[in-house]
Design a protein around this ligand. Structure first.
Ligand code: GTP
Ligand code: MG
Length: 580
């Protein structure tokens, strides 16, 4: 879930209408987006690609990316550095342990360095060469991790020759930078692509996410030696933005497979297994123990909460050195498959991610989504809506899940808990869409489509790519692509749904006026949609007047989850909000 934003801009009068005032084209400096890199795409100037004509570079399978990133994380160390440091000496010292492939510095409650060695031996050597600190007032738990702290012997010597280290930012752009990004764009298409470039996860941030999982895996491995901790959700599905949470999945299947395969030889190894009444109880027990372990021994793990009675039990904590809010789950393999599916959809056409990022940003700005659980639409649901919309274009921009299933080979077959999760994993085999619609058109049509969608009787179904009758009376029904009897947006209330529809209609209207208006001095395109909305304000007022029901339910829900803040209850002031 996204972290909460900080800055607010109340007016945005500097924005000018495209094509009227020519300004030098300026783009936010950002490193090559990790998603683009993982997909094997070269960095391209935003908007340079003609819609529907994708580059021909082979794109990696999701499993290949996961494997490569995981291996990279295993030969990486995290080092807490003194604020004044000589980069040259630092690298010279570390090189004694093995050649270094890559490194960068960043800030999160202090200065940190992520150091990637060429081989895993480098980290092992560093680990063996380090010692447990002796603390005068507290006792240290001697857990050997890959998270180190560098102490300088002679800090005074260092400061005199201190070099200025380059800091890699791990936070989303400020609203001022976003303002520039949209202000200097030349077209609405440019605006959407620029917003994507500004907010997508960077290469460094992605490395930090995989490393954090790897560090947590080291701790969990004390109990389950062959376990794997894998990132899933927006950290890996190419729809994550800087500041998004880190969803982790404790995978014990390898452990189970290793133990069940032990009976192939002459020896039948017998295990004394403690059994519990259900899979859910087993999950709760495992998470409870790992949670305790992280709380007591996990370097940098703070504010741990066990949320074991949720539909999907989890352990939530902050990983202070990386700055990530982490949600650790287990027995959640379908979510990993959903991440792979979104990765494929994100890779198939460059317009998909640009549209999703802008619509998610629009939704966050108008408090349609929130960082806490409640009756509002989630980013995951919004992404499904965009995918569905793109499947409905003529010709379709994205294939249906059923057609991805029909293209699948024998190696793609995947059944999880009786659910058929089979689809093609090699995205290079999918024919690109012949649709050449612009992002500007798609944005407008998205709002028109969902502003007029028969939510009262129809459901959204990306498996078949067509509307279907709703099986129940939920205000928003989006069929879970793999557990097809479930609704992924079951939590959404009628009033939140109405707010979404009203805002979608308003946004379609604003973009329509854009086509006709000729004034130079007002915000335009995407910028106009991020301005405070009269609709948000009236919904906020109405929701404040509602004494019990929905608001109380949401509040109780958030208290249960251990949160007290309620960002979705903002007063709807028309402000431009660059929430992270
Ligand atoms: P952020 O808001 O950026 O964190 O997006 P996210 O996609 O990571 O969403 P979130 O952290 O809420 O959930 C993580 C992952 O869990 C999603 O990407 C989905 O794969 C899965 N997920 C979330 N909500 C649902 C749901 O209601 N049903 C199902 N089947 N999966 C869900
Ligand atoms: Mg997430």
């Amino acid at each position: 879930m996204a972290a909460r934003g900080v800055g607010l801009l109340t007016r945005w009068s500097l924005c000018s209408r495209r094509g009227r005032v020519h300004r030098p084209v300026f783009r936010l400096a950002s490193s090559a987006g990790s998603a683009a890199a993982d997909l094997g795409r070269d960095e391209q100037p935003p908007g340079s690609e003609v819609p529907g004509t994708e580059d021909k570079t082979p794109k990696k399978r999701f499993s290949e990316v996961q494997k490569e990133r995981r291996e990279q994380a295993q030969r990486t160390a995290l080092i807490h550095c003194p604020n004044k440091i000589s980069e040259k000496k630092f690298l010279k010292y570390l090189s004694q342990h093995g050649p270094i492939k890559n490194h960068f510095f960043y800030e999160s409650f202090g200065l940190y360095a992520l150091v990637e060695f060429c081989q895993k031996d480098g980290v092992d050597s560093l680990r063996h060469g380090s010692h447990t600190p002796s603390l005068s007032t507290e006792a240290a738990i001697p857990f050997r991790s890959r998270f180190f702290s560098l102490r300088q012997r002679n800090p005074s010597n260092q400061s005199s020759e201190q070099s200025c280290v380059k800091i890699s930012s791990q936070v989303p752009p400020t609203n001022r930078k976003l303002f520039d990004v949209l202000y200097y764009a030349e077209s609405v298409d440019d605006q959407l692509n620029n917003l994507l470039k500004a907010f997508e996860l960077t290469e460094e941030n992605t490395k930090l996410r995989y490393l954090t999982c790897s560090l947590i895996e080291d701790i969990a491995a004390a109990y389950f030696p062959s376990c794997t901790v894998r990132p899933f959700g927006s950290s890996v599905n190419t729809f994550g933005k800087l500041g998004c949470d880190l969803d982790m999945f404790l995978d014990l299947d390898e452990f189970r497979e290793n133990t069940t395969n032990k009976n192939v030889g002459n020896f039948l190894m017998e295990f004394q297994v403690k059994s519990v009444p259900s899979e859910r109880i087993a999950t709760q027990k495992i998470l409870s123990v790992i949670g305790e372990c992280l709380d007591h021994f996990g370097p940098g793990c703070v504010g741990l909460q066990k949320i074991l009675n949720a539909r999907c039990p989890l352990v939530r904590f902050s990983h202070q050195p990386s700055g990530f809010q982490c949600d650790l789950t287990t027995n959640n393999r379908i979510a990993l498959k959903s991440s792979e599916l979104l990765y494929i959809y994100g890779a198939l056409d460059s317009r998909v991610r640009a549209l999703v990022f802008s619509i998610r940003h629009w939704a966050r700005t108008h408090s349609l989504t929130s960082s806490i659980p409640g009756a509002w639409i989630t980013n995951f649901s919004l992404t499904m809506m965009v995918i569905f919309f793109l499947q409905r274009r003529s010709p379709p921009i994205l294939p249906t899940l059923d057609s991805l299933k029909s293209l699948a080979g024998a190696e793609d077959k995947c059944i999880i808990e009786g659910n058929n999760c089979t689809f093609l994993s090699d995205l290079n085999k999918i024919k690109p869409s012949g649709n050449t619609e612009t992002l500007e058109l798609l944005l407008k049509e998205f709002f028109e489509y969902f502003g007029n969608f028969a939510f009262n009787k129809n459901s959204i179904n990306i498996r078949q790519g067509k509307e279907q009758n709703k099986p129940d009376s939920s205000p928003l029904y989006i069929q879970n692509p793999f557990e097809t009897s479930l609704n992924v947006s079951k939590n959404v209330s009628q009033s939140q749904m109405q707010k979404f529809i009203d805002l979608a209609r308003e946004s379609a209207w604003i973009l329509d006026q854009e086509d006709r208006a000729s004034s130079d001095d007002r915000p335009w395109g995407l910028a106009a949609l991020l301005l405070p909305s009269i609709i948000s304000k009236s919904h906020a007022k109405r929701s404040k007047n509602k004494p019990a029901s929905e608001r109380v339910r949401s509040l109780l829900e958030s208290i249960k989850q251990g949160n007290t803040a309620d960002p979705a209850s903002t007063d709807g002031e028309r402000t431009m909000n660059t929430q992270t």
